[in-house]
Ligand binder design. Structure first.
Ligand SMILES: C[S@@+](CC[C@H](N)C(=O)[O-])C[C@H]1O[C@@H](n2cnc3c(N)ncnc32)[C@H](O)[C@@H]1O
Length: 207
């Protein structure tokens, strides 16, 4: 699918070509606060609320959807939020090239594309291999959050996570929960809940 290209004019939008490998995140944010990443921020509603709750955390919100990056920027600009930067990139490439190892205090992944057709499942972003790849970039004690509306995706990830010994389940003995008080609902979560679906929430910490 071709995306119509929107030129994003925002002080909080970082053009990939202007970023070094890896970028000086402390210099970009102008402080030494902890660094967190949202993968697939969509229109940025979850990012805005989460960043407002945690003014002492620097958030990087990424999506390869140009219109979503634009909407996220507009939302955070409108609210005068200074602890979010938005980048348009693919998750694995972004983390590899732009995140220093052992630097993330949290990773949020909400409602990633489910690829419901059996033959397309291998295209799913989140699986054991991807989570193990992310571990290298997280600090001890870092939070890993995953949420999906799609039963099959939720159950697959819920079953894979306990096998990753570097992570500790924050919902144990439950593998997932359908309610997560204090965790903001994203646009897609609200949409799916309105359709009567349940969200699978997972929360783990790096040991
Ligand atoms: C179903 S939407 C969910 C958006 C938002 N997280 C929410 O819950 O409302 C999935 C988003 O993830 C983005 N996405 C999927 N795979 C990605 C990847 N590998 N790298 C970056 N963004 C990705 C898509 O462009 C899309 O905006």
């Amino acid at each position: 699918m071709t995306q119509s290209f929107i030129h994003i004019e925002s002080p909080n939008y970082l053009r990939l070509q202007d970023l070094s490998t890896p970028p000086d995140w402390q210099g970009i944010f102008g402080n030494h606060n902890r660094l967190a990443l949202e993968i697939g921020c969509g229109v940025g509603d979850f990012m805005l609320k989460t960043a407002l709750d945690q003014p002492d955390t620097n958030f990087v919100a990424i999506d390869f959807y140009n219109k979503g990056c634009d909407k996220t920027c507009r939302r955070i600009d409108r609210h005068g939020v200074s602890n979010v930067r938005v980048v348009r990139d693919e998750a694995r490439a972004f983390v590899t090239e732009r995140i220093p190892k052992g630097s993330l205090s949290a990773i949020y992944i909400n409602c990633p594309d489910p690829w419901p057709k059996k033959r397309h499942r291998k295209r799913r972003l989140v699986n054991r291999e991807f989570i193990e790849f992310l571990l290298d970039y997280m600090v001890p004690g870092a939070d890993f959050f995953f949420a999906t509306d799609f039963d099959d995706y939720g159950i697959d990830v819920a079953n894979a996570l306990p096998g990753i010994t570097a992570l500790e389940n924050q919902f144990g003995p439950d593998l997932y929960r359908h309610e997560f008080p204090g965790y903001h609902l994203s646009k897609y979560m609200r949409k799916f809940m309105a359709e009567g679906k349940q969200i699978y929430f997972m929360h783990y910490k790096v040991k």
